[in-house]
Design a protein around this ligand. Sequence first.
Ligand SMILES: [Zn+2]
Length: 139
Amino acid sequence: MFTDYGLLLFMKKKMSGSSCEKRNEIDLHLDWLLQKGEDRKPRLLCPHCKQRVVKYFSVRRSPLGEMSIGTYYTCCEQCKEELSAISWDSSLEFRKFKFSELTHFHSKKEKQAVVELFKKVFILSCPLSKKKLFEFFSE
Ligand SMILES: [Zn+2]
């Protein structure tokens, strides 16, 4: 679902622009979902200090633009500097675990990789049912 984050935003924009007086249920649901996607709490422990939960993920790109991300490249606030110090990669970017970050990734493949990483960070086990997702966004 969130690989289509851009679509969610588009739908939302379209709906708020409509002249309909009553905002419909879908619109309100979208609002809720988009808002909830911004403050989910990661559960994965920082792979570097193994003491605090992660706060950032870093994105690296090869000279050809190939992206690499993964749980190893996630970190907590305290380990952020250390992780950037050991990186020789000048393209290194740190991002937070917000679903709106998905708008920074353009290809479907990259969005999918980010969503997979989020599942690990939020410790969402597969297969994801509607119920599980609802619980996750309701926390
Ligand atoms: Zn740490």
